[in-house]
Design a binder for this molecule. Sequence first.
Ligand code: BV8
Length: 230
Amino acid sequence: MEKIVILTGAGISAESGLSTFRDEGGLWSQHAIEDVATPEGFARNPRLVHDFYNARRANAGRVKPNAAHQALARLETEHPGEVLIITQNVDNLHERGGARGVLHMHGSLFGALCNACGHRWEAPPRMHPDDPCPACAAAATRPDVVWFGEIPYGMEVIDPALNAADLFVAIGTSGNVYPAAAYAQHCRRLGARTVELNLEPSANTRDFDERRHGPASRIVPAWVNEVLSA
Ligand code: BV8
């Protein structure tokens, strides 16, 4: 039975109202990546970084999953073969759209991590550099997200899943950030079919056998219906 691996990016949450990174007016036009999405930036100004993620955590809590999130949850439930949803997103819209086994390779806004002892807990609505870690009391808490230069989560699950995939689908991602941006090429080399579902061609669009362009809330449900009725 066909094994499907799906990689999603900020574009799948755009129609829910969450900013993407590299589109017009996106997050990287409001903040310098090195200031808010690197360990060095956090060390320099933890208050700025906590506020960046506090704002995004509040936004993510105010918006709703869209038809694309819901369609992927349906695919995960109804497809007879394995479906793995890997997301680069740190929002929880896949889960709130009904998906169950989502792998957050860049972490989550709703997780907190202690830099001193490694303890993880559910993030409060707002985090502050002086917050004591619930386990060791050190004022060393951070959002549990993967910054540039840090190792993505779940590689021990992702790599075998990519190697076994029959179909790899990238949805709402610009193909600029590695290692995720190399997954389509990797799967294609191993004989998988690759599909891009995105508003416009991504930076790695030539890695895909099939490309469908348009808003995710329209093209993802249509694609899922085709897969489930095939
Ligand atoms: C690592 C944190 C080693 C959480 C993020 C030089 C060359 C190549 C690579 C590197 C290099 N120098 C450094 C690197 C590595 C670096 C990297 O790739 N840098 C890039 C910028 C060159 N990568 C890393 O550091 C990674 N770690 O490599 O460790 C390693 C690797 C493997 C094994 C062992 C060790 C860590 C990367 C994680 C960084 N953290 N975020 C947060 O704040 O969210 S990245 C950030 O950008 C997001 O997490 C997101 O994942 C990522 C990608 O963005 P997208 O999701 O694609 O969003 P974007 O805005 O770019 O695009 C949106 C797309 O949606 C567009 O295409 C648009 O057309 C489309 N769209 C818009 N609206 C819609 C839509 N589509 C459909 N419908 C719509 N309505």
